[in-house]
Design a protein around this ligand. Structure first.
Ligand code: TIU
Length: 226
């Protein structure tokens, strides 16, 4: 029987057994609404420039991932134009002047089909890369992500995107409970808050990797290029 090619990647809390044929790159919510002024992130009172350092390392990783023909999956947080999938609590949370569905400089805030809801040009999905539209913070809630991963034979995820402590952490926890091994790349995930970035990653890798592993893109790129 032929063995499946597996590569050891330096990570915390210990090395990650990377199986390229069973691994998807899951890029979370790299949308204008989170990364550019005038969107949902800014509406919540955040400095969106904090997240932009993640764009270049994600671009570099995505280019190599595509070059090797490995699986890529993108997610977008957002709601139906009729707001039927928007919990009333989420609409009013934060008590900000503008809310989800209200008009902004990039169209209606966090609404599917609007400019702000779409993925930034630098990381725009290729036609054969599934895009998961999710109404919540976790990518498994009310989506077909689990079915898609099972159909593709995926058992592990390299997770990148924004934000570290919200949609990345929620998705990694959901994935862990569904049996996926997750490797989170510290330079490719970002938070509006530097201390949440640090602790968001610590929470994943603590207790022997309670939710998964953490490394940075240079470690996985070194293996892919070798
Ligand atoms: N607010 C915040 O940090 N994040 C979100 O609302 N969504 C995602 O993390 N994508």
């Amino acid at each position: 029987m032929e063995s499946i090619p597996t590569f050891s990647i330096k990570a915390e809390p210990y090395s990650f057994d990377f199986i390229p044929s069973q691994c998807a790159l899951l890029i979370i919510d790299m949308q204008r609404d989170f990364l550019e002024p005038g969107g949902f992130g800014e509406m919540l009172g955040n400095d969106v420039s904090q997240l932009r350092r993640t764009i270049k390392p994600n671009q570099d990783l995505l280019a190599v991932w595509r070059e090797f023909g490995l699986q890529v999956i993108h997610t977008r947080e957002g709601h139906r134009p009729d707001l039927a999938d928007l919990p009333p609590q989420k609409k009013i949370r934060g008590k900000s002047e503008k809310g989800i569905g209200d008009p902004g400089p990039m169209g209606r805030i966090l609404i599917r089909g609007e400019l702000g809801h779409d993925i930034i040009a630098e990381l725009y999905p290729a036609p054969d890369e599934p895009v998961i539209d999710k109404p919540g913070k976790g990518a498994f809630f009310a989506t077909d992500l689990h079915a898609i991963l099972q159909n593709l034979g995926i058992t592990q995820l390299v997770v990148t995107g924004v934000t570290t402590e919200v949609c990345v952490n929620t998705t990694v926890r959901e994935a862990n409970d569904r049996g996926y091994n997750c490797l989170v790349l510290s330079d490719c995930v970002g938070s509006y808050f530097p201390d949440f970035q640090e602790w968001g990653l610590k929470m994943i890798k603590a207790q022997g990797g309670i939710f998964g592993w953490v490394t940075d893109s240079s470690e996985i790129l070194a293996v892919l290029k070798s």
